[in-house]
Design a protein around this ligand. Structure first.
Ligand SMILES: *[C@@H]1O[C@H](CO)[C@@H](O)[C@H](O)[C@H]1NC(C)=O
Ligand SMILES: *[C@@H]1O[C@H](CO)[C@@H](O)[C@H](O)[C@H]1NC(C)=O
Ligand SMILES: *[C@@H]1O[C@H](CO)[C@@H](O)[C@H](O)[C@H]1NC(C)=O
Ligand SMILES: *[C@@H]1O[C@H](CO)[C@@H](O)[C@H](O)[C@H]1NC(C)=O
Ligand SMILES: *[C@@H]1O[C@H](CO)[C@@H](O)[C@H](O)[C@H]1NC(C)=O
Length: 448
């Protein structure tokens, strides 16, 4: 177990990523960003109310040796903090490793709580530890308002054995659910910053039914071959900002699904993995709406997809007002892709007559290299064609030196500025109007 304390603060580096990239486009990210210097932790000491009570889990029976089970001790400290009328800070010391089994942090609490993870938190490595427990969760926060999770430390899901037993790793394995490492459910006014979440059993960090979330300076890391290990997952949430994060996993870096809106993603380093995805939506004829999403500033490298919207046939609802801009691609298999025929099942999916409507989606300033010839794919539904697609200032060339092309089916929209590969949209004449609408609709999300 690595005990090195990491002050994970990529922020200022990412801000300069755009500049850096144009200077040396063949940057080797892994090396560059693994050796980040230790920077001061933003905001962790400033403006701390005087009345804050500090509760060290070490004073309440936690062993922090990585072997003894600290679940009960930490759970009790949470209950205590949650019952206090003054804001509390729960401290997990640096240089210690706390073993959590499946753990529940339930709200509502009487006042604000900050959890400072300066050291490490680890999961049991053996899936049998979940026997009799909910297999979908490991660290589970629910019904909590005004929570801050920070501290410069590390949360390690110890996912190796879960991945080995996954049916996606070996089709002869039975398919079983695996826990999401950290879930925030029905949260409000949440801050998660300056932490590393690694080797998640499945998804790493999920926000479900949350309102107002700020996630920044996170490092989310798992091997490229680990199955279903989404980095950050957003579901049924409103007002989520994700900034200055490095995400390298085996699945989507960021996935945004059903009934989410006002989502802002800025200055992200993504890859390997499956890119930044909206969806999948509409599975099993479900209804889903995703709107007002802004992705501004990302470096996406060696991923299976870059910017993707994926919907199953037969669903309902819509994806609208989405802007992807200022994204640098490096050897990405499908840098831009809208797929309304998504089908992630062993059986082929038959064509159906309904679809999640996809409209008013802008791609602006998307540059770099594609690992495949098909740099832009718009595979839209016959019954609900894509409308209001907008392309501006796109330059996606082949990583290996061949040509690139775009592919369109039922894709309507407009183009401005230089776009390479040559676009294939069926042109609409409402261009400027739509562009304006899409932009203004997405700029004032910030609820903070
Ligand atoms: C998949 O699992 C089966 C049964 O355990 C085993 O025989 C086989 O070697 C495994 N295949 C791979 C690729 O690991
Ligand atoms: C999304 O919201 C709609 C309408 O409120 C609801 O019917 C549907 O079940 C929700 N979908 C999910 C996946 O939460
Ligand atoms: C580029 O991507 C392809 C396909 O994912 C992969 O096989 C290849 O190793 C990558 N090249 C580099 C230089 O990373
Ligand atoms: C489903 O529809 C797509 C687009 O119209 C078409 O290319 C494909 O062949 C159809 N598949 C089947 C099984 O009918
Ligand atoms: C796209 O925006 C235009 C203008 O605001 C609006 O009329 C249209 O309904 C939108 N389309 C979708 C699919 O949301």
């Amino acid at each position: 177990m690595r005990r090195r304390r990491s002050r994970f603060s990529p922020g200022p580096f990412i801000l300069h990523v755009g500049v850096l990239l144009f200077v040396c486009s063949n940057i080797v990210l892994a090396e560059r960003f693994d050796s980040l210097p230790r920077l001061p932790r933003p905001g962790s000491t400033a403006r701390r109310p005087k009345s804050r009570i500090v509760l060290s889990v070490d004073d309440h029976g936690a062993r922090g040796d990585g072997i003894g089970d600290d679940t009960a001790a930490v759970g009790n400290v949470w209950k205590l903090a949650c019952s206090l009328s003054a804001p509390a800070r729960i401290l997990l010391s640096a240089q210690k490793t706390y073993l959590f089994r499946s753990i529940d942090f339930a709200g509502p609490c009487r006042s604000k709580i900050t959890i400072e993870i300066a050291g490490s938190v680890v999961a049991p490595k053996d899936p049998e530890a979940w026997e009799g427990l909910n297999p979908h969760r490991w660290i589970y926060f629910h019904g909590v308002k005004h929570l801050t999770l920070e501290g410069g430390g590390k949360i390690n899901g110890m996912g190796q054995e879960w991945w080995r037993r996954s049916c996606k790793t070996n089709a002869t394995n039975p398919c079983h659910p695996a826990p999401t490492a950290v879930i925030f459910h029905r949260c409000k006014d949440l801050i998660v910053r300056n932490l590393r979440v690694i080797n998640g059993q499945q998804m790493h960090v999920a926000f479900t039914n949350c309102l107002r979330v700020r996630a920044s300076n996170l490092g989310v890391i798992a091997p490229a071959a680990s199955p279903n290990t989404d980095g950050i997952h957003i579901s049924a949430s409103r007002g989520v900002q994700i900034e200055d994060c490095i995400i390298r996993t085996g699945d989507d870096c960021i996935s945004i699904v059903s009934n989410s809106s006002r989502i802002t993603v800025r200055d992200i380093i993504c890859g390997p993995g499956h890119g930044i995805s909206i969806g999948s939506l509409g599975k099993s004829k479900s209804w889903a709406e995703v709107h007002d999403v802004l992705v501004n500033g990302a470096l996406v490298s060696n991923t299976d997809n870059g910017l993707r919207i994926k919907t199953w046939q037969g669903g309902g609802g819509s994806v609208t007002n989405v802007i992807f801009q200022n994204v640098w691609m490096e050897n990405v298999s499908h840098p831009i892709i809208i797929d309304q025929y998504y089908c992630d099942s062993f059986e082929p999916c038959p064509n159906q007559t309904s679809a999640v409507q996809v409209g008013n989606i802008s791609f602006m300033g998307i540059k770099g290299t594609s690992a495949t010839e098909k740099a832009m794919i718009f595979a839209c539904s016959d019954d609900a064609p894509c409308e209001g697609l907008y392309l501006e200032d796109i330059h996606l060339v082949s990583h290996t030196g061949g040509t690139t092309r775009s592919s369109c089916w039922q894709a309507h929209g407009s183009v401005s500025g230089r776009v390479y590969p040559p676009p294939c949209l069926s042109f609409e004449d409402r261009d400027s109007f739509i562009k304006q609408k899409t932009q203004s609709g997405s700029e004032n999300f910030h609820s903070f």
